[in-house]
Design a protein around this ligand. Structure first.
Ligand SMILES: NC(=O)c1ccc[n+]([C@@H]2O[C@H](COP(=O)([O-])OP(=O)(O)OC[C@H]3O[C@@H](n4cnc5c(N)ncnc54)[C@H](O)[C@@H]3O)[C@@H](O)[C@H]2O)c1
Ligand SMILES: [Zn+2]
Length: 357
């Protein structure tokens, strides 16, 4: 069985995982069980959950509207009210059944309701399986600014069942694939070579590669749960990625980009900047760029888009005292943290991205 054992925050994948869920719930012995879904996972994932869940008849289902746009404090308020009306108490349990929006927001709602009730993550997107549902970061956006309000608190357990991926659209699979590519880039040549050649639509054979990603994330967060050092490597591509994502949320008319798509662009830009400043070789920069563009078609940015994106960088959570700090690369598997990058180099990186063939 694929498992990461911990007192709090254990992860179980596929064979035997639902049995572990039952054992965990028996141990917690909750007074009530709530399941948080979004409008899609209620339709597409709840029945698989109910079929495998030994306590189905006790479940109270909650639902939020799908999408990043709803990952905000108003949605939390709605849920806190519902929990209160439905008589949740301090021994109630919240199970988050959904993608990163449901696990991030549900984890935050649970961690704050009556000063904290237990929660369990059952991720249903690839992105939430390999990244969002592991590591205990929970929270919501503030306006368009990503993840500004939140808390670090682990779920009791995370249960991964790759069956859920069968209904996930290809662009959403790709979004999660970006985080797997990131794990390869920050961790090792070996995993990078495996993941860059993996066909992400091959759900039947995804388990082993997906699990390696989970293990990489787990090693990093276990060494540095509070993001003082090495955990920052997980933000590779995210400084510009988050700014790009925020910019397109704000300007819905321009284009909609998913988290992973924005991060994919951010990783190409960060690789170019690494080539210019931290010694990443030209060959590796090309290797990263070429392989990312195999799965992610290019987005075009006007000069005004780029200026607005750069002005959003100031809100990045890694910043210190007004300085915008990037995670860059010396080579695959070897990151340099807290790098200051001048704006002209960011502009150059966008030019590199635009002209890359
Ligand atoms: N906490 C962390 O460490 C961490 C790490 C990475 C990303 N994140 C956050 O995760 C979020 C992105 O996660 P996401 O990409 O899962 O987004 P998401 O939760 O919005 O899911 C994407 C879409 O897929 C739908 N969906 C979910 N499961 C499905 C299924 N099995 N079949 C069909 N449709 C399904 C959802 O309803 C939604 O429309 C962002 O808010 C990001 O900031 C958090
Ligand atoms: Zn991410």
């Amino acid at each position: 069985m694929k498992e990461i054992q911990k007192n709090k925050g254990a992860v179980y994948c596929n064979l035997g995982a639902w049995e572990r869920l039952s054992e965990t719930i028996k141990k917690i012995n909750p007074s009530k069980i709530f399941v948080l879904t979004d409008t899609n996972t209620k339709v597409l994932c709840l029945s698989l959950f109910m079929t495998n869940f030994d306590f189905s008849e006790q479940v109270v289902v909650l639902e939020i509207n799908e999408g990043e746009i709803n990952k905000n404090i108003e949605t939390c308020l709605g849920l806190w009210n519902q929990l209160s009306e439905k008589r949740a108490d301090r021994n109630s349990l919240l199970i988050n059944l959904g993608g990163g929006v449901v696990t991030d927001l549900g984890g935050f709602v649970a961690s704050t309701f009556k000063r904290g009730i237990s929660f369990i993550n059952i991720p249903t997107t690839l992105l939430s399986m390999v990244d969002a549902s592991v590591g205990g970061k929970n929270g919501v956006d503030l306006g368009v600014l990503k993840n500004q309000i939140g808390i670090i608190n682990n779920p009791e357990i995370t249960l991964i069942d790759t069956e859920f991926l069968k209904t996930l659209p290809i662009n959403q699979l790709n979004s999660g694939y970006a985080e797997m590519l990131k794990h390869g880039i920050i961790h090792s040549e070996e995993y990078w070579n495996e993941v860059k050649d993996f066909d992400i639509t091959d759900i039947k054979n995804i388990e082993d590669t997906l699990w390696k990603s989970v293990l990489i994330k787990n090693v990093v967060i276990t060494k540095d749960p509070l993001e003082k050092g090495i955990r920052k490597t997980l933000n590779f591509g995210h400084t510009l990625g988050h700014a790009i994502e925020s910019y397109f949320i704000k300007n819905k008319g321009v284009k909609t980009l998913m988290h992973g798509e924005a991060v994919a662009i951010g990783m190409i830009l960060a690789s170019y900047i690494s080539n210019k400043t931290t010694g990443l070789s030209k060959t590796t920069t090309e290797d990263i760029t070429k392989n990312i563009l195999k799965s992610f078609s290019k987005t075009s940015f006007s000069q005004k888009d780029i200026e607005n994106i750069i002005s959003l960088l100031i809100y990045d959570k890694k910043n210190n005292n007004g300085k915008i700090l990037f995670v860059l690369l010396n080579e695959i598997g070897n990151c340099k943290l807290n790098c200051e990058v001048p704006n002209n180099l960011i502009l150059e990186a966008f030019k590199f991205y635009k002209n890359y063939k």
